[in-house]
Ligand binder design. Sequence first.
Ligand SMILES: NC(=O)c1ccc[n+]([C@@H]2O[C@H](COP(=O)([O-])OP(=O)(O)OC[C@H]3O[C@@H](n4cnc5c(N)ncnc54)[C@H](OP(=O)(O)O)[C@@H]3O)[C@@H](O)[C@H]2O)c1
Length: 319
Amino acid sequence: MPTVPVLPKTMTAAVIDAAGPSKALQIRSVPTPQPTHGHVIVAVEYASIGPWDVEQRAGTFGTIKPGTILGADGSGTVAAVGPGVDNVKVGDRVYSYSYGNANGGFNAEYVSVPSDRVVHLPPHLDMVVAGAMPCVALTALSGIETLKVGRDQRLLVFGASGGVGSFATWLAHEKGATVVGTARPDAQKYVRHLGAAHAFDPNSTEYEAEIRKIAPEGFDAALIATNGDTLTGILKHLKTSAQLAYPNGVEPVPVLKGHTSLAYDGEMSHPAFERLNAAIGSRAVPLKTEVFALKDIVAAHDRFERGHVVGKLVLHIKS
Ligand SMILES: NC(=O)c1ccc[n+]([C@@H]2O[C@H](COP(=O)([O-])OP(=O)(O)OC[C@H]3O[C@@H](n4cnc5c(N)ncnc54)[C@H](OP(=O)(O)O)[C@@H]3O)[C@@H](O)[C@H]2O)c1
């Protein structure tokens, strides 16, 4: 008979009862989720913080019910599996993207997620990067697939130093595209390190001249991770047939007359994770992270709100 792991009755989590400022988040002891059919209990090591968490906490996106635990993705170790789960076993190192879990999110010591949203980590990937990346990596991958980015294309990534932008830049470069990313001056070295051939400041008065030098024939496609005052002007450098794509959540919705604008969501599934793992292969993932302990989640949300995070904010759950 296999040993059935015993989970603690309670766990530590960041809990919120009503939308509000960052201090509405409280560290509390709550019941540990127990394994149910088709679900995996992950002992979370690292969880990402993204704009969706901060907006939901603030009340500008989604809803907050009393006792809500935020967090859509993270990394950790399988602590228990419910009946019908055969893709992972207790002790496996995994990562997961699962938004809207009925029993709470990843800002907790344990999370219960449907088994098709949990996958083994590439063995060389460290837990911090693995915890930071699932949502943004899968969202970047969906964007690149939506645009059919390939070799010899010149891709514009607008917002290249953020989560989705970092992965879009890295994955598109790995596919052989020439990536041009927008980033503030202090983040441009990082964006080039991700594989961008060029990085330029979208808020510089010089950007027109820079684009003419970098992409004199224009861009073949654009992946848009944010909107900003200069976006429309920059998109005028798209080639006639070029498409633009953006993940739902980018506001205002980017449009450019005469060009197809494709809205999409990051694919939250096992096949998408398999494609991501294949794209990573044995390569190191050069995602920059800034780590906060779970107990400092208020400071982490405040950090996000101060802006200009380069790469991803991550919560260390067991520190
Ligand atoms: N639908 C989905 O499945 C899905 C999944 C994931 C994300 N999303 C959405 O995708 C978007 C990007 O997410 P993310 O996690 O990558 O966000 P993020 O990490 O905050 O990145 C945003 C990027 O945009 C840049 N930026 C912000 N304001 C700008 C402006 N006015 N002009 C030029 N650049 C600007 C930021 O750089 P600076 O701050 O340094 O300027 C940063 O590089 C969000 O709207 C999110 O909700 C959707």
